[in-house]
Design a protein around this ligand. Structure first.
Ligand SMILES: CC(C)(COP(=O)(O)OP(=O)(O)OC[C@H]1O[C@@H](n2cnc3c(N)ncnc32)[C@H](O)[C@@H]1OP(=O)(O)O)[C@@H](O)C(=O)NCCC(=O)NCCS
Length: 292
């Protein structure tokens, strides 16, 4: 499904929406600029992948194969464009400059605090754990039960390969109920904003804010949309109806950006690393009784 949503007021950006794009033809070994089966793909989703490639693969050095994941095909995505400056209301500009996605419930368990994750064959896999380094003079003061926070300096961290016990704990978390954190009871269904990216030369023009607001407004207007995507899974896992809870996994460097949009850090979720980048969990609750 594809539709055009005009940007609010007389602002320059506009966005294109695509729901649950097929990723079957997408080959992760290739850049989105050189996809062998490009003609078979949704062009809006391919535009999203081009922005993500530029920002996450080129700029942030995330591995090429890690960009597409299992959530892409069950999510809704927006791609922001800017007009060419000749005519601010023109929808003719073809350059995609930003993107965002909303991942529906049910969600996988919250990441393990201190965990170091990579995407392998589309799935998020625990590769290791960050722990506090042993203090000098102490044999081993590492405490995996109290992993470091994002405020712990890198020099005080030590990386340990994931053990069989770590994988077993991840497996148990995946099959059981989620753990409760500071802002989530472990049961309530929530949606997750993600893959938010604006091309570097277009930053600082409120495009990021526009994309997040576009997604939040859409969620508010379509609160039952995701009930229909996978009703069996939703019925099996959700103990309550969706009540406007929105989560995101924020790169620590972008935390201030999300705070300005009303999200709060969930201290109980801890800090973990995705493709080597430290992340924290943040939540905001939308009041679904209000109209946008
Ligand atoms: C984060 C990102 C999407 C922000 O996009 P943007 O279009 O430059 O942001 P905006 O212009 O909408 O900024 C809105 C406000 O947030 C602030 N802001 C933007 N990035 C920020 C950051 N990294 N940290 C703190 N504040 C930030 C802006 O200064 C602005 O503040 P103001 O309202 O007081 O003027 C963009 O920098 C980006 O793509 N970064 C690389 C990818 C990334 O890190 N994505 C997030 C992954 S979790």
């Amino acid at each position: 499904m594809t539709s055009t949503i005009p940007a609010p007021g007389d602002s320059v950006p506009f966005s294109i929406f695509v729901s649950q794009p097929s990723t079957e033809a997408y080959e992760v070994r290739f850049s989105p600029l050189a996809q062998p089966r490009e003609a078979e793909m949704d062009s809006t989703f391919l535009d999203a992948m081009k922005v993500r490639h530029s920002v996450f693969i080129i700029e942030q050095k995330v591995p090429l194969e890690s960009e597409l994941d299992e959530d892409d095909t069950r999510s809704v995505h927006w791609v922001a464009h800017m007009s060419d400056g000749e005519d601010n209301t023109s929808l003719m500009s073809q350059q995609a400059v930003g993107t965002i996605r909303v991942v529906p419930y049910p969600q996988p368990p919250h990441p393990t605090p201190g965990g170091a994750y990579s995407i392998i064959d589309g799935a998020v896999i625990l590769k290791g754990r960050w722990v506090r380094k042993a203090e000098e003079g102490q044999a081993d003061s590492r405490d995996p039960v109290a992993p470091p926070s994002y405020k712990t300096p890198q020099s005080q961290l030590e990386y340990l390969q994931a053990t069989e016990a770590d994988h077993e704990a991840e497996h148990l978390a995946a099959v059981g109920p989620d753990r409760a954190t500071s802002m989530h009871d472990g049961k309530e269904p929530y949606v997750k904003l993600g893959r938010i990216a604006v091309l570097s030369s277009f930053r600082g023009f409120r495009l990021g804010q526009y994309l997040v607001q576009t997604a939040l407004d859409w969620i508010q207007e379509n609160p039952t949309y995701f009930d229909k995507i996978d009703p069996m899974a939703v019925a099996a896992t959700a103990s309550t109806k969706f009540n406007g809870l929105v989560c995101l996994h924020a790169q620590v460097q972008a935390l201030g950006f999300y705070e300005k949009l009303g999200f709060e850090v969930d201290e109980g979720m801890g800090t973990w690393w995705e493709e080597g980048i430290p992340h924290v969990g943040m939540f905001r609750r939308l009041d679904l009784s209000k109209k946008v």
